[in-house]
Design a protein around this ligand. Structure first.
Ligand code: GAR
Length: 219
């Protein structure tokens, strides 16, 4: 039986968030805006942004908001594991309460996840468990011909498969006959921004209860 006690909110102070990014950073922007004057104001603050690629737009967004950023790229380390351990160390040193992977394009080794000092929440652009495990969820959903897709916020744990961690929240987005990847992605992305902020707010406010695989929210 899996122990999910680490996923529960630990206490009631202003929560320190770390956001892991790889590119555009629009979900990061949604979190920054929510901390500055929205749903997360008084609940959370983004204290660290880590990118695994140099000079991505997400880092510029963080710098604009005055949030410290780190680039921990594969090229700077002897192995993928060493790079991921450096991320775990940076998170521990920053004393973060919650890690959010928002458009992070790599899968963490379970051994490294066990070293993480905080729970990890991920946003994925499909209704999991459909179209998980990759970076092409929107195109895959469109090509498959589903009439309904959407987004999922879930925990990442060392014990679950990729994109298989306990589901925190989901939002559905109907697929239109005239959709292409760009139009569908835009509508899913708008839902991602809303859902991610809502899930983080629930966790920070201690309104999440984890019962095995079931995550119960008091919204
Ligand atoms: C988002 O659509 C996110 O759900 C997706 O990457 C995009 C990042 O956008 N993540 C995945 O596909 C993870 N498997 P953003 O950088 O603008 O937040």
């Amino acid at each position: 039986m899996q122990d999910n006690s680490k996923l529960k909110t630990q206490n009631s102070k202003l929560k320190k968030l770390a956001v892991l990014v790889s590119g555009r950073g629009s979900n990061l922007q949604a979190l920054l805006a929510a901390c500055a004057g929205g749903e997360l104001a008084g609940l959370a603050t983004v204290t660290l942004v880590i990118s695994n690629h140099p000079d991505v737009p997400a880092q510029a967004r963080a710098e604009e908001a005055g949030v410290p950023t780190l680039t921990i790229a594969r090229a700077g380390y002897a192995s993928k594991l060493a790079q991921q351990q450096a991320i775990a160390t940076a998170l521990r040193e920053a004393g973060v309460d919650l890690v959010v992977t928002a458009g992070f394009d790599r899968i963490f080794d379970p051994a490294v996840l066990r070293e993480f000092s905080a729970p990890v929440m991920n946003i994925h652009p499909s209704l999991l468990p459909a179209f998980g495990g990759g970076l092409h969820a929107i195109g895959d959903a469109l090509a498959y011909g589903v009439k309904l897709t959407g987004c999922t916020v879930h925990f990442i744990t060392a014990d679950d498969a990729v994109d298989g961690g306990p589901i925190i929240a989901q939002a559905a987005v109907p697929v239109r006959d005239d959709d292409n990847e760009a139009t569908l992605a835009a509508r899913v992305l708008a839902e991602e921004h809303r859902l991610l902020v809502q899930a983080v707010a629930c966790w920070c406010a201690g309104r999440i209860r984890v019962d095995g695989r079931r995550v119960l929210l008091q919204i």
